[in-house]
Design a protein around this ligand. Structure first.
Ligand code: ZN
Ligand code: ZN
Length: 162
């Protein structure tokens, strides 16, 4: 009996030889499963990263509910939830390394997540930064001055007219 190759992505096995392997790894079905698996993995890692960057929502953790729901800027995940998610990400990460060869990627999960966090926070900062306060106050004071001058000039204008 020959060795069998088990494909994690497709969840199926076949007789392990170069021909079969090549054929399978280049097959449409395999590429599709691999892509959707990576998408799923990225999501889990992204969720974990985001939740870990938030402070826990006290209201949710104390009462079990929070009016903000998924829009809450605090995390609704308990320690246990985070641990579970973390375990999932690590398991998937391990699988990924197995497939690609650990040497190619190198580094620990922590290092990888750290790099990822840096990239993520760069992106998030770009989108979440509020308008610069200086510009905002200048604009507001200009509006206030405009109103002030308008009020000041209106009675004068009416008096000057004959
Ligand atoms: Zn496959
Ligand atoms: Zn909340």
């Amino acid at each position: 009996m020959g060795k069998r190759y088990f494909c994690d992505y497709c969840d199926r096995s076949f007789q392990d030889n170069l021909h079969n392997r090549k054929k399978h790894l280049n097959g449409v079905q395999h590429l599709r499963s691999k892509k959707s698996w990576y998408d799923l993995f990225r999501n889990a890692a992204a969720i974990l990263q985001e939740e870990q960057s938030k402070k826990p929502c006290r209201k949710f953790l104390q009462t079990g509910q929070c009016d903000f729901g998924s829009n809450c800027r605090f995390s609704h995940m308990t320690e246990e939830d985070l641990e579970k998610l973390n375990a999932q990400v690590q398991e998937e990460r391990r699988r990924e390394q197995q497939e690609d060869g650990a040497d190619v990627l190198g580094g620990t999960i922590e290092e990888w997540l750290e790099k990822r966090a840096k990239r993520l926070s760069l992106v998030q900062n770009r989108y979440r930064s509020p308008p610069p306060p200086l510009l905002l106050s200048v604009m507001l004071s200009m509006v206030a001055w405009g109103l002030f001058l308008a009020l000041l000039l209106t009675p004068l204008a009416t008096h000057v007219k004959p």
